[in-house]
Design a protein around this ligand. Sequence first.
Ligand SMILES: C[S@@+](CC[C@H](N)C(=O)[O-])C[C@H]1O[C@@H](n2cnc3c(N)ncnc32)[C@H](O)[C@@H]1O
Ligand code: SF4
Length: 378
Amino acid sequence: MKDIGIYIHIPFCQSKCYYCDFCSFPGTLDNADKYISFIKKEIDMYEEELKDYNVGTIFIGGGTPTVIDGKYVYEIMEYIHKKLNADRVKEVTIEANPKTLDQNKLQIYKIAGINRISVGVQSMNDAMLKKIGRIHTVEDFIHTYKLIRKYEFNNVSFDLMFNLPEQTLEDSIRTLELATELQPEHISYYSLKLEEGTFFYDKYINNQLALPDEDIERDMYHEGINLLMKKGYCHYEISNFAKKGWESKHNIIYWKCEPYIGLGLSAHSYFKSNRYGNTENMNFYFEQVSNKRLAIEEKEFIEKDMEMAEYLILGLRLIEGINFKSFEDKFNINIKEVYGKTINKFIKEGLLEESKGNIKLTLKGLDLCNIVFMEILP
Ligand SMILES: C[S@@+](CC[C@H](N)C(=O)[O-])C[C@H]1O[C@@H](n2cnc3c(N)ncnc32)[C@H](O)[C@@H]1O
Ligand code: SF4
């Protein structure tokens, strides 16, 4: 049986962070009970389609899945096990905001089969946490982290951000130093991206947000990579680092173009050569699903030329790059026949490097990856 990943989106947060445009609605927790019952209805709709698939990974993301009552997380997991083939699931992640976790929830997660917790830490500096609209302090986070370890979760990831307003290089490195002292198995290290519709975006447009210079932003990235590698983390994807063997199995599905199903608001799927995304509108979601229809807003059949391009673009996000033989096994064509010119051009420019039947981005290529990706698109 082929493996499939399941993503479940929980669109609730205690309050909105200033930089975030993820689909979440603070102050609507009253809808949680109904929402979870609708996730189950969506699972019902996939039961027949997925009967020949083995659920390999589950990712409960958001929003803030830890803001809802722990019993809902248990119910979702129980329902997945009842309706889908999930006996051999390898990795079950929940995203957590430090302020919204407690002993009771951790106990339930353990029983529910959650085996990986991804904590939104962002910064190890209280003034910075406040500046970006977080609801927790560093102390809150450390308290939560100790609880997570107390309940014997042995696979913990931290989300950290850099390129934050008025941030110095020293501050970004200090955050990494303090975070690595806690020895998480995995670290995501994201550069702040200004997203339209966020509080920060509006401030920026009105010249009220001072972000680090581009050079400093790149220094934060490069020095961050050096520090994390020195501390024993393997750089395995543009923004992701892990102790050996603790890479995120679920996220690797995305980068290797393997199939996954997304449930809930704004969740995306890649299944049987189609990419599609659910609506972000709660009422439309409820209306569609109560009529036994998927709440899909956009759907695209991925033709072979696009499939090859996606395989290359997403695969190059992985630091190990792309193996020529794997490409040929998947598409029955030599990668050089399709992309030879582009590959050679970027090798000459120092953005790609080839060795032992493999291509990958160089350090310069990691900085300029969008130029490479744009050229690969058909
Ligand atoms: C769904 S949140 C993680 C869990 C939880 N909601 C929390 O924030 O604690 C996903 C992660 O994406 C990152 N993120 C969100 N918006 C971003 C942005 N505009 N630029 C860069 N990273 C961002 C943050 O590191 C955040 O922790
Ligand atoms: S970063 Fe996390 S907690 Fe903050 S608004 Fe986004 S999803 Fe919610």
